[in-house]
Design a protein around this ligand. Structure first.
Ligand SMILES: NC(=O)c1ccc[n+]([C@@H]2O[C@H](COP(=O)([O-])OP(=O)(O)OC[C@H]3O[C@@H](n4cnc5c(N)ncnc54)[C@H](O)[C@@H]3O)[C@@H](O)[C@H]2O)c1
Length: 428
C-alpha cells in the first residue's frame, strides 16, 4: 500500500473540512499533518481531529511559509479574496495546492497565480468538483463518444432557491464583494461556466455578452408595511416568505445550518435561536428588501464559440427550488436533464423511429447517492492524490490552465454587464 500524502490545510472552514475528512475515511490516501487558520477555535478543532503537533499549527500563512516545507501539498479553503494572496507564498515554498473555486477574483489575479505556478513548476488544482459528479461525467462521456454529432448550443440555467439565495446572497457572506471578494456570478456560477467550457472540449469561446440586475431585493420591492427587521418591527413577518423565524427556526433544514454554525448555537433551543435572531444587529433577521445588496440576483450570458456554436446561461436567484438545468443541442440529437434529478435524457434523431427520435434515459442516482456535489467533493481529493503520486488521473481532472476558461468567461461577462451588454472578446 502506498504511503499517505502529507497535506496541510489552510483555512479549515466548511469546505476544507469536507476534503480533509477524507484523511479519516481513507488514511491510505492522505494525512493531515499541519493547519493554518486565523481562527484559534478552528485551529484547535483541526488539531484535535487530526492529531497535529503544536509546532505544525499556524495562525497565518506567513507563519507557515516561514518554516521549512514539511508536507507535499496544501488544501486551501480560505474565502474567495484570499485564494491568490495565500497561495502565492506557498507555491514559492514548494507546495502543490488543491485550491477552492473561485480561484481568483479578477483576471489580473488569475494571471498572477498562473504565472507563479508556471515559474515554480508547482501544480494548482481547482475544486471544480461538479466535473466529478456522475451526472456531468456521463454527459461528457456521451459527447466524447459523438452521441450528439457536433454541438450547436449548450443551454444551462442555475436556479437558486429563495431560502438558499436569501441566506447566502442577501443576508449572508456572499451578498457583497467586500465580504467574500466575488460577485454572484463568480461565487455561484464559476462551476457552471467551467462545465460549459469543459463540455465544449477543444471548441474555444470567442466572445461573451451579458445582462443582469438586482431585480428583487430592493426597497421598492418590499411588501407594503414591511419593517426593517423581521422580529423587531415587521407587522407582516408572519406572512412573508423570507421571515427569519420561518426560515431559520421553523424550517431548520432550509440552510439554517449556515447561521447556526456561524453563531455557534446549532444545537440550541428554538427559544435561544429566537433570542439571537431578535438582536438588532443580527444580519439574518434583516428585511431582505432593505439589505442594500451590491450584487445581482439574476444574470444571463450569451457566449459565441469558434465555428458558430453558442452557449447560453442564466442564473436566477429567489427561485421556488434550486436546480442546475442543462440542454445540449447537437447535429444528431439532444441531451437534457436537471442535476438534482440525477438523470438525463439522450434524444437521438432517427428518421425511422415513429416519432423521428429514440430516447434513452441515463439514471445516475445509484452513483450520485444524493450527495450535494454528487460525490465530487470526495472524488476530487482522490484525483489530487493520484496526481501527486504521478498516477493516472481521471477524465474530469482539471489543470489550472483548463480551469481558466470558465473564470475568464465570468470576468468578461461582468465587464459586459457593467457596460450595458457590450460584447467582450475572448483572447487567449
Ligand atoms: N467547490 C464548491 O462547490 C464550493 C462550495 C461552497 C463554497 N466554496 C468556496 O470555498 C471557499 C471556502 O468557503 P467556506 O464556506 O468553507 O468558508 P469558511 O468561512 O467556512 O472557511 C474559511 C476559513 O478560512 C479561515 N481564514 C480566514 N482568513 C484566513 C487567512 N488569512 N489564513 C488562513 N485561514 C483563514 C477562516 O477562519 C475559516 O476557517 C470559498 O472560496 C467559497 O467560495 C466552494
Amino acid at each position: 500500500m502506498p504511503n499517505p500524502i502529507p497535506v496541510i490545510v489552510v483555512g479549515m472552514g466548511e469546505r476544507a473540512s469536507i476534503y480533509a475528512r477524507e484523511a479519516l475515511s481513507h488514511p491510505d490516501l492522505l494525512r493531515i499533518v499541519g493547519v493554518a487558520d486565523v481562527d484559534p477555535q478552528k485551529l484547535r478543532q483541526a488539531q484535535n481531529m487530526f492529531h497535529i503537533p503544536d509546532g505544525h499549527c499556524f495562525s497565518s500563512v506567513e507563519e507557515l511559509a516561514a518554516v521549512p516545507r514539511f508536507a507535499a501539498a496544501v488544501i486551501n479553503g480560505t474565502m474567495d479574496q484570499l485564494h491568490v494572496p495565500t497561495s502565492l507564498p506557498l507555491l514559492r515554498h514548494g507546495y502543490d495546492i488543491l485550491l477552492e473555486k473561485p480561484f481568483a477574483v479578477s483576471q489580473e489575479e488569475a494571471d498572477r497565480l498562473l504565472c507563479c505556478a508556471r515559474e515554480t513548476g508547482r501544480h494548482v488544482m481547482i475544486c471544480h468538483v461538479l466535473r466529478y459528479a456522475p451526472f456531468y461525467r456521463k454527459i461528457k462521456e456521451a459527447l466524447t463518444a459523438g452521441e450528439l454529432g457536433d454541438i450547436i448550443n449548450i443551454h444551462m440555467a442555475e436556479q437558486v432557491s429563495f431560502f438558499h439565495h436569501s441566506v447566502s446572497y442577501v443576508r449572508g457572506k456572499y451578498a457583497s464583494p467586500e465580504l467574500c471578494g466575488s460577485g454572484m456570478l463568480l461565487s455561484k456560477c464559476s462551476h457552471d461556466l467551467d462545465i460549459m467550457a469543459w463540455l465544449m472540449g477543444n471548441v474555444r469561446p470567442l466572445s461573451v455578452s451579458s445582462a443582469g440586475s438586482q431585480f428583487q431585493f430592493r426597497p421598492e420591492m418590499a411588501p407594503e408595511g414591511a419593517g426593517s427587521h423581521c422580529l423587531l418591527d415587521c407587522p407582516i413577518e408572519r406572512s412573508c416568505i423570507y421571515s427569519a423565524r420561518r426560515l431559520y427556526v421553523e424550517h431548520p433544514q432550509r440552510w439554517a445550518n449556515n447561521i447556526w454554525r456561524d453563531y455557534g448555537s446549532r444545537a440550541g433551543s428554538d427559544e435561544e435561536k429566537m433570542r439571537i435572531l431578535s438582536e438588532p444587529d443580527q444580519p439574518f433577521s434583516r428585511c431582505v428588501y432593505r439589505c442594500d445588496i451590491p450584487v445581482v440576483d439574476h444574470q444571463s450570458l450569451l457566449i459565441s464559440f469558434a465555428g458558430g456554436a453558442t452557449g447560453t446561461f442564466s442564473m436566477n436567484g429567489g427561485a421556488s427550488a434550486s436546480g442546475r438545468h442543462i440542454h445540449i443541442t447537437g447535429t444528431r440529437g439532444e441531451i437534457s436533464g436537471i442535476f438534482e434529478e440525477q438523470c438525463f435524457t439522450i434524444s437521438r434523431i432517427d428518421p425511422c423511429a415513429p416519432e423521428g427520435r429514440r430516447l434513452q434515459m441515463i439514471d445516475v442516482s445509484d452513483l450520485q447517492k444524493g450527495n450535494a456535489h454528487g460525490g465530487g467533493d470526495q472524488a476530487i481529493v482522490r484525483d489530487f492524490v493520484a496526481m501527486l503520486r504521478g498516477e493516472e488521473v481521471s477524465s474530469c481532472h482539471t489543470t489550472l490552465e483548463d480551469s481558466m476558461t470558465g473564470h475568464r468567461l465570468v470576468f468578461l461577462a461582468e465587464r459586459s454587464r457593467e457596460r450595458g451588454g457590450e460584447v467582450q472578446h475572448y483572447s487567449f
